[in-house]
Design a binder for this molecule. Structure first.
Ligand SMILES: [Mg+2]
Length: 384
């Protein structure tokens, strides 16, 4: 993940043009471009300049305690508060796996790229300090509709991706402090989030104990329900139009959890500061899968009450149990803890309990009127 210094082109041996290199947000060594010499480099410099300007604007507009030096040098410099430790996470988003260029708008893909990382910070009770973003993009995504000039156009994919990314970064006061950019046959976005958490206060997956109660923020299944609806819209009669389908106004709220999930940073911080959660995880792969992760790390089992689940309006129980990408927090608290019904404006629902692990019982069980059944992991799993 180390930054790569620009090097002379391999094939021609010509040195790279001496543009003001935006270190800590630059491409690595690259193959010579098939077109005019330097074309790619010029486009890239323009792109990087634009990102740097936008990142600087964001840094000026918000109170970023932690960022001392952002894009422009070899490394970013970040400062932590006294008694804080770093919380770091990386999330890879790949076209066709985590997003679809023909289904989702560039704004939504930019938003979700950052939201995934922020949600991991939320799950640890960390505050965001800075984000780093590496993008690999096919050339056509950085060109405008008219042709070859890569910049500027309000219409190109690249610009719109950053509209979504920076809108969320702004809302959560997370400056973009560096990254990397390369031409790629497939769109790939890798985000690294740096956060800070008070020493000894981080919310871990491993702290749940038998007797603890199980809670979630917000509602479940919204992203899966939205995805099913979006698939219908994308597969319907498009009258020859390509690109993401237009979302009718009446479907905006149904699709919001999918297209612009809100990371629960404030709720994670609230829980960490008060020491109210014994364990926590964010729901990225689906309740059945993420709860199993939490149980495994805590060496406990859990029971979920089907009737208690806050199923998103328009979603099914199945989607609430197994649909991923809700980015809500799942946490456990001791039965003595006073967990409020809302934290920082978001509903909190008790959905079950932590129990002792037994060989003859499933690790996660669903308790419904018909009785108790094992809740198998049907969430998102790679390489499965
Ligand atoms: Mg996570």
């Amino acid at each position: 993940m180390a930054s790569l210094e620009p090097r002379p082109f391999r094939r021609t041996g010509r040195p790279e043009p001496q543009y003001p290199i935006l270190k800590n947000m630059h491409s690595g060594p690259k193959q010579p471009h098939a077109g005019k010499a330097g074309e790619l480099a010029l486009g890239e410099v323009a792109l990087l300049k634009q990102i740097r300007a936008r990142a600087a604007q964001l840094s000026r507009g918000t109170a970023h305690g932690g960022l001392r030096l952002g894009i422009g040098d070899d490394c970013a410099l970040l400062r932590l508060g006294a008694g804080e430790v770093l919380a770091m996470t990386t999330d890879l988003s790949i076209s066709g796996r985590h997003f679809r260029l023909d289904w989702q708008t560039p704004e939504s893909i930019g938003h979700r790229t950052l939201a995934r990382g922020l949600s991991d910070l939320a799950a640890m009770g960390a505050r965001p300090v800075a984000a780093f973003l590496s993008l690999g993009l096919p050339k056509e995504l950085v060109q405008n509709a008219k042709g070859r000039e890569p910049w500027p156009s309000k219409k190109n994919w690249f610009d719109r991706f950053f509209n979504g990314f920076f809108a969320l970064a702004n809302a959560f006061q997370t400056p973009l402090a560096g990254g990397d950019l390369a031409e790629s046959p497939m769109a790939v976005a890798d985000v690294v989030l740096v956060g800070a958490v008070r020493r000894g206060k981080a919310l871990l997956r491993s702290g749940a104990r038998p007797g603890d109660l199980l809670y979630v923020t917000g509602t479940l299944g919204g992203a899966a329900a939205g995805l099913a609806r979006l698939a219908e819209l994308a597969g319907g009669d498009r009258k020859g139009r390509s690109g993401p389908p237009r979302i009718p106004a009446k479907l905006q709220s149904l699709l919001a959890p999918l297209l612009s999930p809100q990371p629960r940073i404030a709720q994670g911080l609230w829980l960490a500061q008060r020491g109210l959660a014994s364990a926590a995880i964010d729901l990225s792969d689906g309740l059945s899968t993420d709860l199993a992760h939490l149980c495994a790390e805590s060496a406990v089992a859990a029971e979920v009450d089907a009737a208690a689940l806050p199923v998103h309006p328009g979603a099914t129980l199945e989607q609430a149990l197994h649909g991923g990408e809700d980015y809500e927090l799942l946490f456990t608290s001791s039965p003595e803890a006073r967990v409020p019904r809302r934290i920082a404006g978001v509903a909190v629902t008790r959905i079950g309990r932590v129990v002792r692990r037994r060989k003859d019982r499933p690790q996660v069980a669903l308790v419904a009127a018909q009785g108790r059944q094992p809740l198998a992991r049907h969430g998102w799993e790679h390489f499965s």
